[in-house]
Design a protein around this ligand. Structure first.
Ligand SMILES: Cc1ncc(COP(=O)(O)O)c(C=O)c1O
Length: 404
């Protein structure tokens, strides 16, 4: 019989911390985990996560498509796909970009990704060396800060206001310091601020990008979730020579499919495809084919119409509740699309303390600091209206107002 006691070894490892790579020490990730945990809690009204409402997800039509695919004898949904995506789904997404943005990417200008967040990861992997300067909006999507910081980039926030990124401040930043590798922006219904970049500023931004040789990474996660009819042109459609567009089907189809795209200059896209070869090699072929079939039958557009109506009504409910229960104790801009309202509390307020007290009162909201790469957001709260129904929004804001 083996004597297991002789095999016992004294641990020599003092802590896992010393095993972790330097790139893991940005710290931003903890905030995201907390947000996701809050979003999932059962006993609180969650205005915390950026989750789509399951009521928008595809129903039995998707089951029919799945059965048809399985019975068709076509192996492509179940096989590895080319790294840039299967031809049919790529053609469908190219056609969609043409319909939404008025420009169809050429064959080499488009790839499918496993969600938009993977597109950002690939950008980091393909472009960023340790210490490279990256500009983002302050505030911005936490997942982007994490993606760029994980490649040890020096991520720097440029402020925004009700018309989006402050392009005059960007101009000043570009005049000083090492040239940034890229600027990351969310021009439509920004996460978390809810604002959109005005048509005039889009032109100024692109002029600056061309003048300084700056790559603009445009994240269009909420572009199709507009509550009004008119959208300014996408940055990529205006300047496909200097813009890489990252998009997602998480908010329009469903996040479980993990599907997005990157469209941009051919050389850059081919480098991203190279980078993807040893991340996951290809986005899931089954999801690609489901999206294609669902989309070509007009079902994605129908789903989008329902989603816009649902989120628009919730935006109205949140705006009404904020008027009545918060009033002048905070400032906010009425979002014209997307999932989020961004509250600026009065002088001296401590958003983290407010968020803690709100949670005690049974409402989850996200304080502002995680949306900045360094300091910022101490007086801000992000409120999401995508997942809570109108009654919960009213009650959540009533409780928040009471403690403010
Ligand atoms: C601005 C922005 N970009 C990207 C994503 C993530 O997209 P995906 O689910 O496709 O990775 C989100 C999700 O919250 C987002 O808000």
């Amino acid at each position: 019989m083996r004597d297991n006691s002789r095999m016992a070894v004294e641990p020599t490892l003092r802590s896992w911390e010393e095993h972790f790579a330097a790139r893991t020490r940005g710290g931003a990730g903890e905030g995201l985990l907390e947000i996701l945990a809050l979003a999932g809690a059962q006993d609180v009204i969650s205005l915390a996560g950026g989750f789509p409402d399951p009521a928008t997800f595809p129903g039995p039509a998707l089951a029919d498509i799945l059965r048809e695919l399985a019975e068709s004898g076509d192996a492509s949904p179940f096989q590895y796909s080319p790294t840039g995506g299967l031809p049919g789904p790529r053609d469908y997404v190219a056609g969609r970009l043409e319909a939404v943005d008025g420009r169809r990417p050429d064959e080499g200008e488009l790839m499918l990704t496993s969600g938009a967040v993977e597109a950002l990861e690939l950008v980091g992997k393909a472009l960023l060396d340790s210490g490279d300067r990256v500009l983002v909006e302050g505030p911005t999507y936490l997942g982007a800060i994490m993606a760029f910081q994980s490649f040890e980039a020096a991520v720097e926030a440029v402020p925004l206001d009700e018309d989006g990124l402050a392009v005059d401040e960007l101009d000043r930043r570009l005049a000083h310091g090492p040239p940034p590798k890229l600027l990351y922006t969310i021009p439509d219904f920004q996460n978390p601020a809810g604002v959109s970049l005005s048509a005039e500023r889009r032109l100024v931004l692109l002029e600056l990008a061309r003048r300084h040789g700056l790559l603009v990474v445009e994240d269009v996660a909420y572009r199709e979730l507009s509550f009004a009819d008119e959208l300014p042109p996408s940055l990529w459609s205006l300047a496909p020579d200097v813009v890489l567009q990252a998009g997602t089907f998480s908010k329009t189809f469903f996040p479980g499919v993990r599907l997005g795209w990157a469209a941009g200059p051919r050389e850059l896209v081919s480098k991203l495809v190279w980078a993807k070869q040893n991340t996951d090699q290809c986005a899931g072929a089954l999801g690609q084919r489901l999206l294609e079939e669902y989309g070509r039958r007009g079902l994605l557009d129908e789903q989008l119409d329902r989603a816009r109506a649902l989120y628009g009504a919730r935006r109205d409910a949140m705006a009404d509740a904020l008027e009545r229960h918060v009033g002048a104790r905070a400032a906010w801009i009425r979002p014209e699309g997307g999932f989020f309202a961004w509250l600026e509390l009065g002088e001296g307020a401590d958003a983290a303390a407010v968020a803690r007290r709100a949670l005690e009162a049974g409402v989850a909201v996200v304080p502002g600091p995680p949306f900045f790469p360094a300091a910022g957001g101490e007086r801000h709260l992000r409120l999401s209206f995508s997942r809570a129904d109108e009654g919960q929004i009213e009650e959540g804001i009533r409780r928040l107002g009471a403690l403010l």
